[in-house]
Design a binder for this molecule. Structure first.
Ligand code: ATP
Ligand code: MG
Length: 574
């Protein structure tokens, strides 16, 4: 695994669990609070753009921002950065809120939208024009880009840069008025076209877009650019700590400059701190790519259980606790790194191991008839939901003449040390009794259709009366009592460790076997009443969760994760 731990040495770590990797942002905030910076206030925000679903990378930012507010008795705003009407949608807003709540965080009354500030941002822009700090450029996007220069070459000042304040005000008013076409004009701040920082070269603040906005409808046809809206929104909300990912390091001078231009008092400004995004091996975490997977139907939607989205992970059966634990374990640093996906899988297993009832299900059934078991008789056995707590909650498991075991638990000509079922061999049916295989019935094509077995009535509960050793124990389900289900076995969506190494060909790395759908699975009867979202361990098989689409007539279960890390063994599976 690549080491997710950064090299920052925190100066003060008083309350943080010393076993956890460093979180330099938390350490910094703790120090600032102690020093009374920002008047001791801590106001953070989580600022998603509602143009897709949240993924596990966002979970890191959510845990960090909401976590700081919790730890320092502060406030974390949920702010939708909805300045781009063409790609944004109210459905995404709804999904994002649901996911944050599921993850266990609450923004209370502090739900905000950058679009709430459109009027305020507009007024600030007008003031900048009046102050001679912004002008309307009437060239095309291409012309503006071509004269911006690059790191080696300074930019060229726009011919319109000298427009009078009156002319700029009138033009900006017209841009807002709706009569001018998209792309005909933009509002730019008067930065410095010779600056070595290309972002400072007269950054664009507004563009014309005749697009319907999911909240402001058709009120506006000019929309602020992210760089202009983002910092000002933080300032308007009196955010003290603007925590964002590393790619914003080089936006920081511009954000500070904008605050200078609007006259934000130094003590009242948000302070930006950048941290490294969370990335995983075998995983793609870019909303653009995830949208592509959805649109091209490589998955069945944003909440497909193979997706690294919070809704996908939820549907798959992952718990919010596991994700929060994971976010603690990866720490917060300023060094970009890719976390081994097995760290996530470990956190999921660990949590499900501690919380999932153990039940039995047969996924690939093989019929077994107990020829010496009376017809129509049913014997019930007590089985604890947690085998390590035999006195804890339990259910009754019925045994009848016909039952199912797993096909792979029988071999006609077994190798040595095959302790499962074979002709003449004995095994234990978990919680029930000992059976012995006496006949193998085959179909015309030679495939095994049914096993005829004898049960040992003196072995009730699974312990033979004569104390003979029985090595194998199988899970099983009584045929007449079984609950039918479809079970989907999920595996990683990508086979390559770094699917985006070559962005043009990443789809070639999709795992063609990322899901296997098994119908005709047999679940133990205690699951007849289970509801969507129920999580269990199917003994010997893995952790499973009943799918959101399940109905009483058509039950669907998803495998969340296998019991062991099968990938570690299969190195070079790719
Ligand atoms: P993507 O890169 O997936 O398109 P984004 O950064 O464009 O995501 P936003 O909606 O802007 O998506 O993200 C909201 C917040 O989540 C931002 O503050 C961003 O820094 C943070 N964030 C996004 N991806 C990650 C990640 N992988 N790890 C940590 N934080 C992230
Ligand atoms: Mg973003």
């Amino acid at each position: 695994m690549s080491d997710p731990v950064s090299k920052e040495v925190p100066t003060q770590r008083t309350e943080r669990d010393p076993d956890l990797p460093p979180n330099f942002v938390e350490d910094m905030v703790r120090e600032q609070v102690a020093q009374g910076r920002h008047g001791g206030r801590v106001v953070t925000r989580f600022p998603p753009e509602p143009n897709g679903y949240l993924h596990i990378g966002h979970a890191k930012s959510i845990c960090l921002n909401f976590g700081l507010a919790q730890k320092f008795d502060g406030q974390c705003n949920l702010r939708f950065d909805d300045t781009n009407p063409e790609t944004e949608d109210a459905d995404y807003v709804h999904a994002i809120k649901k996911d944050i709540q599921w993850l266990g965080f609450d923004w209370g009354k502090n739900e905000f939208y950058a679009s709430d500030y459109f009027q305020k941002l507009y007024e600030l822009a007008v003031q900048m024009i009046k102050d001679g700090k912004a002008y309307v450029d009437s060239r095309t996007t291409e012309e503006i880009r071509d004269t911006r220069g690059d790191y080696y070459k300074p930019g060229v000042e726009a011919p319109d840069r000298g427009r009078s304040v009156e002319e700029n005000l009138a033009l900006f008013e017209q841009m807002k008025g709706g009569t001018l076409p998209d792309g005909s004009h933009v509002l730019r701040a008067k930065g410095d076209m010779a600056s070595t920082d290309v972002k400072m070269r007269d950054p664009v603040m507004y563009r014309i877009r005749h697009a319907h906005h999911h909240r402001t409808g058709d009120t506006w046809c000019i929309y602020p650019l992210y760089d202009w809206a983002h910092g000002q929104s933080d300032y308007i909300e009196k955010v003290t700590h603007s925590i964002c990912s590393l790619e914003f390091v080089n936006h920081r001078p511009l954000y500070e400059w904008f605050l200078d231009q609007i006259g934000a008092p130094p003590g009242d400004r948000p302070e930006q701190t950048e941290f490294a995004k969370l990335n995983f091996t075998y995983t793609v975490l870019s909303k653009r790519r995830l949208l592509e997977l959805v649109k091209l139907k490589h998955v069945e939607g944003w909440d497909d259980p193979r997706m690294p989205t919070l809704s996908g992970l939820r549907r798959r059966g992952v718990t919010p606790e596991a994700l929060r634990t994971l976010c603690d374990r990866v720490g917060v640093s300023t060094r970009d790194s890719v976390v081994d996906i097995s760290l996530l899988e470990h956190a999921i297993r660990e949590d499900l191991n501690a919380t999932s009832p153990r039940v039995m299900a047969v996924l690939r059934p093989l019929k077994v008839t107990l020829q010496n078991f009376p017809e129509n008789e049913v014997i019930e056995f007590d089985a604890p939901f947690d085998p390590e707590k035999p006195e804890g909650p339990s259910r009754k498991i019925p045994l009848s003449r016909v039952l199912y075991i797993e096909q792979e638990d029988f071999m006609e000509t077994p190798p040595k040390k095959f302790f499962r079922l074979a002709p003449g061999q004995e095994v234990r049916l978990r919680y029930a009794c000992i059976i012995k295989c006496i006949e193998v019935k085959k179909a015309a094509d030679g495939s095994i259709e049914e096993l005829v077995c004898e049960w040992d009535p003196a072995s009730r509960g699974g312990t033979p009366a004569d104390g003979r050793k029985i090595k194998g124990t199988l899970h099983w389900v009584s045929a007449t009592h079984a609950v039918d289900a479809t079970v989907r076995l999920y595996d990683r969506l990508f086979l390559a460790e770094n699917p985006l190494k070559d962005k043009d060909t990443y789809l070639e790395h999709l795992n063609p076997n990322s899901v296997e759908v098994l119908s005709g699975c047999k679940l133990e009867p205690s699951l007849a009443e289970a509801k969507a979202g129920q999580r269990v361990q199917f003994e010997r098989l893995g952790y499973f969760c009943e799918d959101a689409s399940t109905t009483a007539a058509a039950r669907v279960w998803n495998r969340t994760i296998t019991l062991k890390d099968t990938w570690a063994k299969v190195a070079g599976k790719e």
